[in-house]
Write a protein that binds this ligand. Sequence first.
Ligand SMILES: Nc1nc2c(c(=O)[nH]1)N[C@H]1C(S)=C(S)[C@@H](COP(=O)(O)OP(=O)(O)OC[C@H]3O[C@@H](n4cnc5c(N)ncnc54)[C@H](O)[C@@H]3O)O[C@H]1N2
Ligand code: MOO
Length: 423
Amino acid sequence: MTDLISVNQALSQILSEFSSLPPEEIEISEALFRTLAEDIHSPFDLPLFSNSSVDGFAVCASKDIRAGLRGNFTLPVVGDIPAGVQTNLRLGKGETARIMTGAPLPEGADAVLPVEDTSYPYRDGSAPLPTEVTFYRFPKPGENVRPRGQDVQKGQKLLIKGRKLQPQDIGMLATLGLDRIPVVRKPRIALFSSGDELLSPGIPPQPGKIFDANSYSLGLLAQREGAEVIRLGVARDQYQAVVDLFEKAKNANTDLILTSAGVSVGAFDFVRQVLEEHGQVKLWRVNMRPGKPLTYGSFAGIPVISLPGNPVSAFVGFLVFVRPVIAKLTGLEPTPPATLPVILEHPVLSDGRESYLRAIVQKTQDGFVARLTGHQGSGNLYSLVQANALLIIPAGVKSLPAGETVQAWLLDDEPLPVLEKPE
Ligand SMILES: Nc1nc2c(c(=O)[nH]1)N[C@H]1C(S)=C(S)[C@@H](COP(=O)(O)OP(=O)(O)OC[C@H]3O[C@@H](n4cnc5c(N)ncnc54)[C@H](O)[C@@H]3O)O[C@H]1N2
Ligand code: MOO
């Protein structure tokens, strides 16, 4: 079919029309997986002050060693430094102070001996401090001290604009004393399905009807990629019903409208017609399987991606086109899927379109092997549920023998199952 646009061409055309959304400031506790909109520099050294890494007794080790102290001997205890205090204590040669993990090192001190290596290994904070303590060994200068600036220096660039924030990053931001940070605004995506046959789950099946799967899978895919989803339900197969939901989507102040179904050549497929008459169809039909009737355009100036109604077509269309669009809107680099070369366990037929076939990939001693999960009909959602990968069969290929290597796009983060008895 010559009128079908290639997946790559379609993707670059669509991506060229999107760019990163503007920044907004939010609380760090809300910032998981959001994209940092500015570089973050440290306002101070970390640790902020030199402190002890153990519960123990601080000493001026270098002075004491010079003074000839070593081995088993007894020092006067001149102070007690719990964590969270500011100490004015000045430790002199031959003196010690009890100190807790994280507490600031007193001036003069340069080492801490853990309580276990002293005659006072007690943990009772209410017990009176001993007047002296015996050291069973002498700490080296620097031992158990976390010096100021050991981890990070003031002014150092710690997190780079464009970073997708992970829990440890947010811990770091808190360590810097920041409670609000600039992130790229979340894309707002309006979503609706279309079709008179669609019922919402929760009621008994009805003759000729099916349950609406796409509102769920697409909405959750969009959420997983970091979008805020405005769910608009189902448009009936009537021209005006489709216009009404597009209007609703427009009024919801959205960055992208995502729809499913109504884009093929059926007598009641109105989605494309509505776009033609109220906006623009910029692209229709991609050389892929599943997902061919994918439509890209706009409604009242808002970008629209209309995925085919078949649940697997909608899902694959999302992964191939909508996921990179959301990445771009959220200020991330839209990267191609991470693929893995796998060996086909059996022959595979394709129809010449770039195909994304549901498969199970497993690890064996000889590498990764793949087998299809069953009939590849675009309506067979269970074969997607069973799959852990999509095998990418390039355009133009109609059959591949067993033993051939193809690229597999892994679908989730679960470890790949290990094939127990390789054939
Ligand atoms: N004469 C032709 N017919 C079809 C062609 C074609 O080229 N010529 N293309 C086929 C392909 S490929 C696909 S994919 C579908 C896509 O059609 P539409 O996007 O217009 O979607 P519908 O026809 O409304 O629905 C297709 C199928 O999916 C079911 N569906 C729809 N919405 C949902 C939903 N939210 N949840 C679950 N299932 C849904 C619907 O009942 C249909 O069975 O067109 C082929 N036809
Ligand atoms: O594009 Mo359709 O998805 O092949 O069934």
